[in-house]
Design a protein around this ligand. Structure first.
Ligand code: SF4
Length: 355
């Protein structure tokens, strides 16, 4: 990473020169002082860039958390293999398709199928679920972690258009410590594999992880830019009491929002969610992110009986609401800040499905 990291992105004319030429030192200063005057200016500019590149629309993605089984043991995660304090569930293919159907009836255009890394959902079982959901006219986003490249190919062939898999931290030593048995190199290889299969690829990271520095966060931004990620999810680290990091301090709203703003500047056309994690640490957290460059929200479509068991972090909001209530609530929140809910598929503007 050298100086003027941000201006390699081919900004449109509206991005002021001072933002394009922010030096590495200045970027580190902004990250380290997320409630300082320069950070406020950066957030204002990110909001303007979002308005120029992506408009006022906010894209809604209906989230179906279909299995909380996971073979991994990530130190921060409530779904980790060694957590015996949650009750595990798997939705059946019919239940997953039904949840997607419900989403389509509520007006969602995209369904996100998310789970821990659960090998019980084989390549072929998932391909069949995807094919059924495609018949409903929905865009399918998958978020199922690390799988074989052939499975990613199978699911792309079945019609899935997007894949979310955060890199979580670009610091290799920290990655190793947080993810026993996994490597950052493999994660990056798989993200590139997904790109080569013409998925719209989402990466992202947590803010406020123990051992993370401003340098690490700058490396996170740079990695997302190098990957040319179509989507970047950034949420605060929230310590889960049933994990080894349960007693560590979490990330803050201000730290997270400045990273949202900077990723909008690094990747002006990205789809950037205002994460539920941010809404969980601050009542108006999602609105703050939407004002800092974000343009996506992911309301919950998971059947209510399972929601409390899908807690990667504690204190997650919207556990008791029906899917229809979530849809109504989020629409109000978006219109209250002068934005509109998109009724299109919400693809990345530079992505095309290919043949
Ligand atoms: S973060 Fe993902 S891969 Fe890691 S334990 Fe949690 S669900 Fe599994």
């Amino acid at each position: 990473m050298g100086q003027d990291v941000a201006n390699k992105n081919g900004f449109n004319q509206s991005v002021p020169q001072w933002i394009q030429s922010l030096s590495r030192v200045k970027l580190l200063e902004v990250i380290s002082s997320p409630d300082g005057p320069l950070a406020r200016q950066v957030i204002e500019q990110a909001d303007l860039i979002r308005s120029e590149t992506m408009g006022a629309e906010v894209h809604l993605r209906g989230l179906v958390e279909f299995s909380n089984y996971c073979r991994n043991n990530c130190l921060y995660c409530g779904l980790r293999r060694d957590n015996r304090q949650i009750s595990r569930y798997r939705m059946s293919p019919a239940e997953i398709i039904q949840a997607a159907e419900h989403g389509a009836q509520l007006g969602y255009k995209t369904v996100v199928l998310q789970s821990g890394e659960d090998p019980a959902f084989s390549g072929e079982i998932m391909a069949e679920i995807i094919r059924e959901i495609k018949k409903l006219g929905l865009v399918v986003t998958l978020s199922m972690g690390e799988r074989e490249p052939q499975e990613y190919q199978l699911w792309r062939d079945a019609g899935a258009e997007r894949y979310l898999m955060r890199h979580e931290t670009a610091d290799e030593a920290l990655y190793d410590r947080l993810h026993p048995g996994q490597t950052l190199a493999k994660r990056i290889f798989l993200l590139k594999t997904l790109k080569s299969l013409n998925y719209q690829v989402g990466t992202g990271f947590m803010v406020g992880l123990p051992g993370q520095t401003a340098e690490t966060l700058l490396a996170d931004l740079d990695l997302a830019r190098q990957l040319e990620a179509e989507m970047v999810g950034i949420g605060p680290f929230i310590p889960h009491p049933s994990t080894p990091l349960g007693k560590d301090p979490g990330g803050t709203l201000e730290q997270t929002c400045i990273m949202v703003a900077l990723i909008r500047i690094f990747l002006p056309y990205a789809l950037i969610p205002a994460t539920t994690a941010l809404g969980s640490i601050s009542t108006l957290g999602r609105e703050s992110a939407l004002r800092a460059g974000a343009n996506v929200v992911m309301p919950n479509l998971t059947p209510r009986i399972h929601r409390a068991d899908y807690q990667i972090y504690p204190g997650k909001i919207c556990l008791g609401e029906e899917a229809a209530e979530c849809r109504g609530c989020i629409t109000r929140r978006i219109t209250d800040i002068g934005r509109t809910v998109s009724d299109g598929p919400g693809h990345h503007p530079k992505w095309s499905p290919g043949s």
